[in-house]
Design a protein around this ligand. Structure first.
Ligand code: F58
Length: 842
């Protein structure tokens, strides 16, 4: 027994002085004040909100660390199979509020803060978002970590510690301007592990020789070394002591602070330059969303992080003293998209070149260990790296990839001897000029399971980009795990009043751990008091948003208007252009109305938010148009409250937390077949907002769960897209009439210099309307009219809202993680240790 190795008196002292649960507000105050005084060296007289945030964060951090240590010990002791989630992005957002809620001590802290003269909301607002991600893929990884800890799975996240997260967006004269996001000034949530480092090799060459038994061996020699340093972030589960680890790697020059030899010989500049070059690897998150650009530094990031993570995973496995053949029954590695695919040849390299295993034995371990999640079928987003670049940067890995490919193609040739074209179609190497390594194919071949993220998407994966692999492997290798969201952050934290109302009807907060319990609120759908409070909460959330908009833009919103929100990355396939054209159409309709007619109009506020990739000119043009249209409409006295168009600057996780609860309608209107899943659709519905959407991604399953009367679907179906596109190009198509009128206004300069927006119009009129904006425009506008009618009937709307929330249980990321655990990872939870700090909900 580990415990009895420590003598009793020592153990007693240790237990007595270890941080404990705050029994009362005073306990919290003691710690917060001590941290402000000693950790920050500030006093009562210069303790501003930022300092009190720091004191509060450190007081809670002390508690998290206790559970974190115990969890890691327990997991080592249990020696069960672990899941390692490799993701280049973890879009965590703020940590303090989440930590307070997950350990169920927010009330105590709020009382304590108030006694010290601070308001909880102001303290929470001090924290900088951890914005290490672009959008849905990164946020999904963050929701998964929350669920993994909550469900007590022994899990680690592995990522990169970017010095600069996703850029901060400013809007200047209607244009997006990017500002660097330096977020590490004060980050109490990470622990630098300067003792946990891995040397990572780049470039160099491969030596080949015969060992004493005449066996051919390879080793990777020369090149340069960069050091990976671990930074650990605790991830607390909700209502459990389990606190998992997110390990982020930072890069440093291998020679330390300075290369002293160079320094002493007068080459000061170049020694500093080496160091900076090394640090560049983890300096910045690439801000592209669904587009790959093949930059060398990006490939360096990918290998750096894969190699560091695998070295860590292998080291942990070797400490158990188990045989290699047990590796895949102790270790599951999930590849979040193709970004970590180099982990496949890297593990194969470790096993054959360093550990001395035979190829076949090694390959069966590799293949049993990995699984791959695909997040897109858009061809421009599929990762490819040129063979030349790979040869230069990772010569040994390229050899291994060629060998994997050769063996795979030999298998295909044996199995389908008559199908010559098939070989070219499934080869990892694309025979283009230059030749390219197709990372998705390598990921499929090196994994035992491949999943899509919603049903339609998983079907499309099988019928389009990976069709030939279904033929080669059969359908069982491919599966679906529909995405989910954590109800802790996206209901309890973002919308505490709604969460409390639900808890009051369900007799407690158990639904936060089993979201299917929400279906019990359907029994209260006719309860008048309940409905009144439901409506009051939505109104209060809209009022809060209106205040924010007023403070930041000067625009006054009527909180009784229908709030229509579209927040997500700006991309042509997500079709913010359809939304803004719809706003112009609505504006023209209002302008043509008599005073009598105007009285019947449902006032509407259309809110946009989202970042465009800095190099994505068309997306930036959409932002510009939204802002210019807003300027005209918001200042037109003939329109007044009937329509407002607002662009929220710098959309991020913490802004999502107050936008999501404030919608009546949100828009999820991608061209059918393009949005793999979407996850904000789930967040909005869970907060009592209805949605307008296309038959795409998870919208389809949301419809199935909540019922088609509770969602506003429109537009063409994915099976019709190909033919519609064909029609555009071959001229059997006529531009929708209402849309033509919208274009007339834009082209007449109603919203400023028309030439600024011509590309947007031309994409539809002259260049084939690839995203089918004009095909869906009519049905979009009609559906918006239907929404207005429905909103007029407050009772009916409230019923839809309550019913939808009640039926959203399926979309918890807990369900999703349990599916991965059972179908893909084959892992079991580890019973959480009883700690002084954690409260056991059960
Ligand atoms: C998103 N992908 C999908 N990629 O677009 C969305 O439908 C889905 O719900 C979500 O993943 C989670 O499965 C996405 O966010 C990226 O941001 C990549 C970042 C790295 C470069 C390529 C795009």
């Amino acid at each position: 027994d580990v415990q009895s190795s420590i003598p009793e008196p020592q153990r007693e002292a240790w237990t007595k002085f270890a941080p404990q649960r705050f029994a009362k507000a005073e306990d919290f105050q003691r710690d917060a004040v001590r941290h402000v005084e000693t950790s920050l060296a500030r006093s009562m007289y210069n303790c501003d909100e930022a300092a009190m945030y720091a004191g509060t964060a450190l007081a809670f951090r002390d508690r998290l660390v206790m559970d974190w240590n115990k969890t890691q010990q327990a997991h080592t002791f249990a020696d069960q199979k672990r899941i390692y989630y490799l993701s280049l992005e973890f879009l965590m957002g703020r940590a303090l509020d989440n930590a307070m809620l997950n350990v169920q001590q927010k009330d105590v802290a709020a009382e304590g803060l108030s006694g010290l003269g601070f308001r909880m909301e102001d303290i929470i607002e001090q924290e900088h978002d951890a914005a290490l991600g672009n959008g849905g893929l990164g946020r999904l990884a963050a929701c998964f970590l929350d669920s993994l800890a909550t469900l007590n799975y022994p899990a680690w996240g592995y990522g990169l510690r970017y010095r600069y997260g996703i850029f901060k967006q400013e809007i200047v004269d209607g244009y997006q301007v990017e500002v660097p996001d330096y977020w590490l000034d004060f980050n109490p949530w990470e622990f630098a592990r300067h003792d946990v480092t891995v040397d990572i090799q780049f470039y160099g060459h491969v030596d080949k020789w015969q060992d004493e038994n005449g066996k051919t061996k390879c080793s990777w020699e020369g090149g340069e070394i960069v050091k990976a340093v671990a930074f650990d972030v605790p991830v607390p589960g909700y209502g459990t002591s389990t606190t998992n680890n997110l390990r982020l790697w930072g890069s440093k020059a291998a020679s330390g602070e300075f290369d002293f030899q160079k320094f002493n010989s007068g080459e000061y500049e170049s020694s500093v330059a080496d160091q900076q070059r090394a640090e560049t690897i983890s300096a910045v998150l690439y801000p592209n969303d669904n587009l790959e650009r093949g930059k060398e530094l990006r490939l360096k990031q990918q290998y750096f992080w894969c190699a560091a993570s695998l070295s860590d995973i292998v080291r942990r496995f070797k400490k158990t003293g188990r045989a290699w053949k047990e590796f895949s029954s102790q270790t599951a590695i999930q590849l979040n998209d193709t970004h970590p695919t180099l982990a496949i040849p890297e593990l194969q390299r470790i096993l054959i070149d360093i550990e001395g295993l035979e190829w076949d034995e090694a390959w069966s371990i590799v293949h049993q260990t990995f699984a791959y999640t695909n997040h897109t079928v858009l061809p421009e987003a599929l990762e490819k790296w040129s063979v030349g670049l790979m040869q230069h940067l990772l010569p040994r890995h390229l050899q291994i990839i060629y060998e994997i490919n050769l063996q795979f193609l030999q298998y295909v040739e044996r199995t389908f001897p008559k199908d010559r074209d098939l070989l070219g179609r499934v080869s990892i190497i694309e025979e283009s000029n230059p030749k390219m390594v197709r990372m998705a194919f390598l990921a499929v071949i090196g994994s035992h399971k491949v999943n899509g993220v919603a049903e339609l998407h998983s079907d499309l994966v099988k019928t389009t980009i990976l069709k030939d692999f279904v033929k080669v492997y059969g359908p069982d290798k491919f599966t679906n795990v529909t995405n989910g969201i954590t109800p802790r952050r996206w209901l309890h934290q973002a919308n505490p009043r709604l969460s409390a109302l639900i808890a009051s009807k369900l007799g407690g907060y158990d639904f936060l751990k089993d979201l299917t319990l929400l279906n019990k609120i359907e029994a209260h759908v006719d309860d008048a008091e309940f409905r009144k409070e439901w409506q009051a909460i939505k109104l209060a959330n809209k009022e809060r948003l209106a205040r924010h908009v007023h403070e930041t833009t000067g625009i006054t919103l009527n909180p009784k208007a229908l709030f229509d929100i579209q927040v997500k990355r700006i991309h042509e396939y997500k079709r913010q252009q359809l939304n803004i054209f719809g706003c112009i159409h609505r504006y023209l309709a209002i302008k043509a109305m008599s005073a009598e007619e105007k009285k019947k109009v449902v006032p509407r506020v259309t809110i946009f938010g989202g970042k465009a990739a800095p190099g994505y000119w068309m997306a930036k043009t959409v932002i510009h148009l939204i802002n210019k249209v807003g300027d005209v409409i918001n200042n037109d006295p003939e329109v007044g409250d009937l329509l407002k168009v607002v662009f929220i600057e710098d959309y991020n996780v913490s802004k999502a937390e107050f936008l999501v609860p404030a919608s009546d309608i949100s828009e999820h209107i991608s061209t059918a077949g393009t949005e793999a899943s979407g996850t904000s659709n789930m967040k909005f519905v869970l907060n009592g907002g209805l949605i307008i959407g296309t038959c795409d991604g998870a919208n389809i399953e949301i419809t199935r769960e909540i019922g088609e009367n509770n969602i506003f679907l429109f537009g063409n179906l994915s099976e019709d897209v190909e033919e519609l596109r064909h029609n555009h190009v071959f001229g059997t198509y006529q531009l929708n009439e209402s849309l033509a009128k919208v274009f007339d206004q834009i082209q007449n300069g109603k919203f400023g210099d028309a030439s600024q927006f011509s590309a947007l119009v031309n994409a539809i009129v002259d260049h084939g309307d690839f995203y089918l904006v004009s095909d869906d425009f009519e049905s979009y506008c009609q559906t918006q009219d239907l929404i207005d009618e429905s909103y007029k009937n407050v009772d009916e709307w409230t019923t839809k809202s309550i019913t939808s929330v009640a039926r959203m249980g399926f979309f918890s990321s807990d369900r999703c993680i349990d599916e991965y655990a059972e179908v893909i990872w084959n892992i079991e939870p580890v019973a959480p240790t009883k700690t002084d700090f954690a409260v056991d909900l059960a």
